[in-house]
Design a protein around this ligand. Structure first.
Ligand code: FES
Ligand SMILES: [Fe+2]
Length: 384
């Protein structure tokens, strides 16, 4: 049973010209937010962090994902694993800050130790002083609870419910669209990483990101060289939506140095760049010489943290020779994302107006936004 009125969902599920947007309760109602956690975030593949933040074996990072305590660890095979960050003994939180572990995940409370792959390895004095075994404590069945996870373009995704289609299926259409970018990427380092705290529901950040309609008014600087008519829509119902530009033409520094491009790109990418919201909470941009991820972390019903990470096509771009260009590129993007804050926070305020009916969509300009609303409404319309 969903707590959203079926008739209201049906108004969102109409074709774009006649549809209304998601009603206010999706932005301001705590109960709907609880239901959204389950239906939208836990039932699907959601982005929770970055593999670059646990670069070495035994690096561990606790992640609070919508109240769920998770632990991302890199094991000895170099694989990222995600566990519930809860000890199987008395439920103590296992790792409470980023750390390089000493080979094991050790609980601070009674010192039960788990391998980096989750198996319970030692249980000191569990059978009484000096006796580390007891027949009732079956180590083989008391390993850490592992959460289904997958790393895509350095982004760690999890499926908490465990029953979403496999990640390759989920990302198949996007991988197809961007197969030319299926190449190693190199994070630019501290100068290529920043976060923005925004007083808005996470969905409004998605909605604003996937459309170009607002460019002339919200981004006049960007619009001076990348105009409304230079953009096209990207629509993949049920998966992602966004927009692309046909006039990407970076100019950084004095122009004497440029970032290396990804190898083997087709001509389209000489001037194209694409910006896609991969439902629910990853915003991603690709350009011939860099990509970026914006992970939307809903820290509450009306607060969101945007984690922005910029990656380059060639490891040489991450060294000191390019530090000035990287910093300038990060500054440019930050400037643009900061310009968006006023409108995403303003839409959040507007949704407290009890007479607002979800609003309407321009059938021409707002189709990517409606594609996202349609997907969210579908998650609530589904049985279960
Ligand atoms: S709660 Fe972890 S060892 Fe006791
Ligand atoms: Fe914008």
């Amino acid at each position: 049973m969903t707590i959203v009125d079926r008739d209201l969902l049906d108004t969102v599920l109409q074709p774009v010209a006649g549809a209304r947007g998601l009603p206010n309760q999706f932005y301001v109602d705590a109960e709907t937010f609880e239901e959204e956690k389950r239906r939208v975030f836990f039932a699907n593949w959601a982005a929770i962090g970055f593999a670059k933040d646990i670069p070495e074996t035994a690096d561990a990072r606790p992640i609070d994902f919508l109240g769920q305590p998770l632990l991302a660890v890199r094991d000895r095979q170099g694989q990222v694993r995600v566990f519930q960050n809860t000890c199987r003994h008395r439920g103590m939180i296992l790792v409470d800050q980023p750390a390089r572990l000493r080979g094991m995940i050790r609980c601070k409370y009674h010192s039960w130790c788990y391998a980096l792959t989750g198996e319970l390895r030692s249980t000191p004095h569990v059978g009484g002083p000096g006796n580390n075994l007891h027949a009732a404590i079956d180590r083989a069945s008391l390993g850490l609870v592992e959460v289904r996870s997958h790393v895509w373009r350095d982004v760690i995704f999890v499926n908490i419910s465990g029953d979403a289609p496999d990640f390759e299926t989920h990302a198949g259409d996007l991988n197809g669209r961007w197969k030319e970018f299926d190449k190693p990427i190199y994070h630019g380092g501290p100068d290529s990483s920043f976060r923005l705290e925004v007083r808005t529901n996470w969905k409004l950040a998605v909605e604003n990101y996937c459309e170009s309609y607002h460019l002339p008014w919200v981004h006049p600087g960007l619009n001076s060289y990348s105009r409304l008519e230079d953009h096209y829509h990207i629509i993949e119902p049920g998966r992602f939506s966004g927009q692309g530009t046909t006039v990407y033409n970076p100019s950084l520094g004095d122009g004497s140095r440029v970032f290396s491009n990804f190898d083997g790109l087709s001509e389209k990418w000489d001037t194209a760049a694409e910006y896609i919201a991969f439902f629910p909470n990853l915003l991603f941009g690709v350009h011939r010489d860099h990509v970026y991820a914006i992970l939307l972390e809903p820290t509450g019903l009306e607060t969101t943290v945007e984690h922005v990470e910029i990656y380059y096509a060639d490891e040489a771009m991450t060294g000191p020779d390019y530090a000035d260009l990287r910093a300038e590129n990060a500054r440019l993007w930050k400037g643009i994302f900061v310009e968006d804050i006023g409108v995403v926070e303003g839409m959040q305020k507007g949704r407290h107006g009890i007479c607002f009916d979800g609003g309407r969509f321009s059938p021409v300009m707002d189709e990517p936004t409606h594609t996202f609303h349609h997907w969210v409404a579908s998650q609530f319309a589904a049985t279960g």
